[in-house]
Design a protein around this ligand. Structure first.
Ligand SMILES: [Cu+2]
Length: 130
């Protein structure tokens, strides 16, 4: 009986991992909240789609210019990698595909300019590609 329970709980654990929530990162910058949701959790080497929402309180901000800079500092046998991709979208939701050339930690800077503004705002975080 004990063995059966152990086996069952192991199966449940594996199932829970398989349906893990998407990788979602929330960062505050000034009055705004930047939510980045990645299509894979964890992120992987190669292409990862990210959906970005910029919120002013509860309201998603439409019409912003959004760019995602992602980089990995130089490491043994690898020069620094640095890329930029524009995130496009409507209705306050912007998406981009990050092509992560290597597994390991990547720094992500979401830079945005709000409609009618010239100031560049930024939300930064890091993700670990597997
Ligand atoms: Cu590297």
């Amino acid at each position: 009986m004990k063995k059966i329970i152990m086996t069952l709980s192991l199966i449940i654990c594996v199932a829970a991992l398989a349906i893990a929530a998407p990788l979602s990162i929330t960062k505050k910058t000034g009055n705004y909240t930047v939510v980045s949701v990645f299509d894979k959790n964890p992120a992987t080497m190669g292409k990862n789609k990210v959906n970005i929402t910029i919120k002013d309180g509860d309201k998603a901000v439409d019409g912003a210019k959004v760019a995602v800079y992602y980089s990995m500092p130089a490491m043994a046998g690898m020069p620094a990698m640095e890329y930029k991709v524009i995130a496009n979208g409507k209705g306050g939701s912007y998406s981009a595909v990050l092509d992560l050339g290597m597994s390991g930690p990547w720094n992500v800077d979401v830079k945005f300019v709000l409609p009618g503004s010239k100031a560049v705002q930024q939300a930064s975080y890091s993700i670990d590609a597997r």
